[in-house]
Design a protein around this ligand. Sequence first.
Ligand SMILES: N[C@@H](CCC(=O)N[C@@H](CS)C(=O)NCC(=O)O)C(=O)O
Length: 209
Amino acid sequence: MIFEDQGITYHDVRIAHENWPALKKELVESGRNPSGQLPIVEIGGQTLSQSISIHRFFARIFGKTSGPLFPCFSHPVDPTFVCIVQGLYGSNPVEQYTLDNAQDTLGDAAKETLMVIFGKDEEAKRVYYAERAPINLEKLDKVVAKHGGPFVLGKTFSFVDLTFYMFIERHLPQVPNFVERFPHLGFLHAAVIARPNIAAYLASDRLPK
Ligand SMILES: N[C@@H](CCC(=O)N[C@@H](CS)C(=O)NCC(=O)O)C(=O)O
């Protein structure tokens, strides 16, 4: 979504189940991604892994650009290349701390979510959405409330708003009266989908099937 939001062209490659074991083996054995997991981003001859590291990397590049974006893509890990220091990852250490803190709080909640929702135990899912999820959503609502919203940093959009959006999106249809109970999360969700490129993406046929 960060590529969509910033109007960056990319190829979204989905891996068929039957092709996964061979790709995983290749990723690990070649050292391209020792953790052998998805998602990865291939760019400038490099393979980037770990979704939040990837997000942070592009968040530092995108946004308030000091020049054309293309050179950054050509040299994504060249330490001599002076690229852009401000972007969708705050503009000072305090803002970056705020974003890291919000992301870590979300990460703690997401660990529990992923374990339950990708499992087969339907009763565990019901209990999760009815009892556990609201506890986590309450915490996340307070994180967003801290700077007044709609975004985690207040009026400034960041990559963490996209990770929050994805978490909210998963819970919104499942948790009754979501917006009334977690108004700041509802506000963030509405503000993200109102961003023109995100709105266009959501209305497009580029969404994962
Ligand atoms: N911390 C990693 C977790 C990645 C992860 O759990 N990937 C899963 C898919 S969502 C995966 O690749 N599963 C297949 C496997 O481990 O073989 C990240 O955020 O990128």
